[in-house]
Design a protein around this ligand. Structure first.
Ligand SMILES: Cc1cc2nc3c(=O)[nH]c(=O)nc-3n(C[C@H](O)[C@H](O)[C@H](O)COP(=O)(O)O)c2cc1C
Length: 405
């Protein structure tokens, strides 16, 4: 029987085991470059036994940022990104970087003119940061975004990343095409689930062609949006099929949208107390509060909360899939592998304890101590960087120094 500790090959990449740290905004970048705090965090994860760690949230261009300090994939960040991968490799793990374009999901800065998206109209996500309007992308915009993803992937390759994870979930630009909540187009990029996945698939195919010999090409997708009028699991299965055709090496299965269904993404409500504690900025506070409004009253956390949805995707495709969502024990990880997922992806449990994988392996523990309080989600706004409040705080000083210094 396959074990989560067995190695696995994904495209050109072989991992020492099947545990992957999920891309989770570390808030450990300044002026577009990763900091020493980021280096320490991913170094700790690599030392802690993870097969591959995912650096969150590298914007493919300045205009593709959601937050002002976010990493920008460019010549200016190359040196610090390289320091980061060196640290990760030194401890035997592989390094992936999540590459994104926010489109209309820009919450931390003002973009000049209307933000781009699949469709035109009022930009709900941007209202609080003054980005009131979004405009439907034309073919020339699509080509520019494809080029930006390809350029970002080249930067990732030169910085010695082993994989890129193209973000197609949670409400970022490529998800603004996939989800019927935002895609109202009437051309070949709108309407059916196949059409809605067409532009994201073009991006993936171009990235694969550019760097696919050297890097594993992953995409993070929603198994469903979790709200009425959003993408369903049946849509998720079609998205997966289209991306399989486009050449994805593996899909990371997530769900929910940053604006409409954050609770679905986390399988539990957002921690309002932590938001009040951390968010000094009234804009971010309001945004988090607004995002929580749709949370179902009776929602309680269930381990493996995306299992049923993810099995529908498993049945629809043959390419490698990574299970994500509420993996909290070694037994959960073993179940995911036994159910046919090639890898297991975790975020909150690894924020709680970066050494979790080694502890699972040695038998020291078999259950994570994370209690899904979700305070970490608010702590993406903390100047010391994201951390679990049940553990010692990060050192704020090292979050001001570039990773390579
Ligand atoms: C603090 C925090 C920040 C996150 N930031 C991101 C992000 O930048 N990109 C992303 O795709 N997902 C992000 N997520 C979502 C996680 O990657 C993951 O999908 C989610 O936490 C469910 O996995 P889990 O049950 O193992 O925590 C974040 C999660 C947390 C807890």
């Amino acid at each position: 029987m396959t074990s989560p500790f067995d190695s696995i090959t994904i495209g050109p990449l072989t991992l020492r085991n099947r545990f992957i740290k999920s891309g989770a905004n570390e808030a450990m970048s300044r002026d577009g470059v990763p900091t020493k705090a980021m280096l320490k965090h991913h170094g700790d994860l690599a030392r802690g036994g993870i097969g591959m760690t995912t650096v969150a949230y590298g914007a493919v261009s300045e205009v593709g940022r959601t937050l002002a300090n976010q990493i920008v994939m460019s010549e200016s960040s190359l040196k610090d990104l390289t320091a980061l991968t060196q640290e990760i490799h030194q401890h035997g793990a592989a390094a992936s970087i999540q590459i994104t374009h926010g489109g209309s999901f820009v919450t931390g800065l003002k973009v000049k003119g209307a933000t781009i998206s699949s469709s035109s109209g009022i930009n709900k996500a941007g209202l609080l940061s003054g980005n009131f309007w979004q405009r439907a992308m034309k073919e020339s915009d699509m080509q520019a975004v494809i080029n930006a993803f390809v350029d970002a992937a080249h930067i990732a390759r030169r910085a010695k990343f082993d994989a890129v994870e193209i973000h197609m979930g949670h409400g970022y630009l490529l998800n603004q095409f996939i989800s019927p909540l935002s895609n109202k187009r009437r051309d070949k990029y709108g309407g059916s689930a196949e059409n809605r996945a067409r532009f994201p698939a073009r991006v993936l195919a171009a990235v694969k062609q550019a760097v696919g010999k050297d890097l594993a090409i992953l995409a993070k997708i929603n198994v469903a949006d979790g709200v009425r009028g959003g993408a369903t699991a049946a849509d998720g299965a079609i998205t997966a099929q289209v991306l399989e055709q486009a050449g994805a090496d593996m899909l990371v299965l997530s769900g929910g949208r940053n604006m409409e269904s954050t609770w679905f993404m986390f399988g539990s409500p957002i921690n309002q107390q932590a938001i009040a504690d951390v968010l000094k900025n009234p804009i971010s506070r309001l945004l988090m509060k607004a995002a929580a409004l749709s949370t179902p009253k009776e929602l309680t956390f269930k381990e493996m909360y995306f299992h049923q949805y993810s099995m529908q995707i498993r049945q629809a495709v043959t390419l490698p899939l990574a299970y994500l969502g509420g993996v909290k024990s070694l037994a959960n990880a073993e179940k995911a592998i036994a159910d046919g997922f090639e890898c297991v992806v975790m975020a909150r449990t690894l924020l709680h304890d970066t050494g979790l994988v080694n502890k699972f392996k040695s038998g020291e523990i078999s259950q994570s101590g994370c209690d899904n309080c979700n305070a970490c989600v608010a702590y993406i706004y903390h100047q010391a960087g994201t951390w679990c409040i049940k553990t010692p705080a990060n050192d704020p000083a090292i979050n001001e120094i570039p990773a390579s210094k």
